[in-house]
Design a protein around this ligand. Structure first.
Ligand SMILES: Cc1cc2nc3c(=O)[nH]c(=O)nc-3n(C[C@H](O)[C@H](O)[C@H](O)COP(=O)(O)OP(=O)(O)OC[C@H]3O[C@@H](n4cnc5c(N)ncnc54)[C@H](O)[C@@H]3O)c2cc1C
Length: 294
């Protein structure tokens, strides 16, 4: 059987009745299925406290909300203090682009990054370039300590200090949405859906993307894996409807990523190799725009 057309329902999955092969939707409707695929992505874990003025980097649409909030603040005052909780690549990329936004708007966005170890996992050379680039552009990199919470427009650090902010960004990592742990499907220790090499959780149920532990092991939550899984997922859904054989997904051991620094340059990473400059940004735009066009 070939899947020939799709239908988009504006709704949310809130539960699963596996015995009746039915997805429960937020609208109260039930959606029957022959084969199900669960691809609900990931969420940022909330911090302790009231989280006032704190925006998570996911869903990605939040970044547009962040930008609007900064623009509105700069329209009424000359400065905006932005604190970023988390010190990974996402935190640095958001910080770099906030500084660039401030320069474009003619206001000052004072950005501080708080987290344990900056850019853990990056090649040391690339890490040094990123830290130097952001420090020279005025970003305060205040690492060495976990952020424990966000309360009353202050980040709470592990040693008890409070750092006030106008706007804060939660970039402390990605976890599977809590929904997936309520479905009765196998989970790993981090609450991700365990799939086999065919992206199958159990007979008739597949899953892909950030919310899975592929073949029992979590892959890094990057679009490269999610996008490459989609072709295998489609083949396997069709195979399970038509009685064909399933295809295994083979994750790439090495893949590239490109970090936009907002100053007309980017850092491209490939395994332990990296390149910084305008060419890297041109490459990112080329790859991303071609993907979106397709
Ligand atoms: C700031 C940032 C920058 C990134 N940059 C890159 C990059 O440059 N390159 C890269 O490879 N990766 C990047 N990533 C990672 C990449 O975004 C993810 O790995 C990728 O989006 C995962 O795809 P996905 O389909 O699993 O999840 P998502 O893209 O998150 O999609 C999940 C979808 O499921 C929907 N959904 C969630 N819950 C429900 C529900 N209950 N019912 C119905 N629908 C639901 C969501 O609305 C969403 O549309 C970045 C991530 C962040 C946060």
């Amino acid at each position: 059987m070939l899947l020939r057309e799709g239908r988009h329902l504006r709704d949310r999955m809130v539960g699963l009745e596996r015995n009746r092969r039915c997805v429960c939707l937020e609208s109260g409707k039930n959606l029957p299925y022959d084969v199900l695929s669960i691809d609900v992505g990931s969420v940022v874990p909330p911090l302790a406290g009231d989280n006032a003025g704190l925006m998570a980097v996911k869903p990605i649409a939040n970044l547009a909300v962040l930008r609007k909030a900064v623009e509105e603040r700069l329209a009424t005052t000359a400065t905006c203090d932005v604190a970023i909780a988390g010190s990974g690549v996402t935190a640095f990329e958001v910080a770099a682009n906030l500084v660039a936004l401030g320069a474009r708007l003619g206001g000052k966005i004072a950005v501080s990054i708080y987290g344990r170890k900056p850019l853990a996992g990056l090649p040391p050379g690339a890490r040094d370039i990123l830290i130097k680039n952001l420090s020279q552009r005025g970003v305060a990199i205040q690492c060495g300590m976990d952020v424990m919470g966000a309360d009353g427009h202050c980040l709470l650090l592990k040693d008890g200090t409070r750092r006030s902010y106008d706007i804060a960004v939660n970039a402390t990592g990605l976890i599977p949405p809590p929904l997936v742990s309520t479905l009765g499907l196998p989970l790993d220790d981090h609450g991700a859906l365990v799939t086999d090499e065919f992206l199958r959780c159990e007979d008739g149920v597949f899953a892909a993307g950030d919310c899975i532990a592929f073949d029992g092991k979590a892959l890094p939550p990057v679009g490269v894996h999610a996008v490459r899984q989609s072709a295998v997922l489609l083949d396997n859904i069709q195979a399970s409807l038509g009685g064909g054989s399933l295809r295994a997904f083979r994750p790439r051991r090495r893949y590239g990523s490109i970090i936009n620094l907002g100053d007309g340059t980017a850092i491209a990473l490939w395994g332990g190799l990296w390149m910084h400059g305008r060419m890297a940004l041109m490459l990112k735009d080329f790859i991303d725009l071609r993907f979106v066009d397709r």
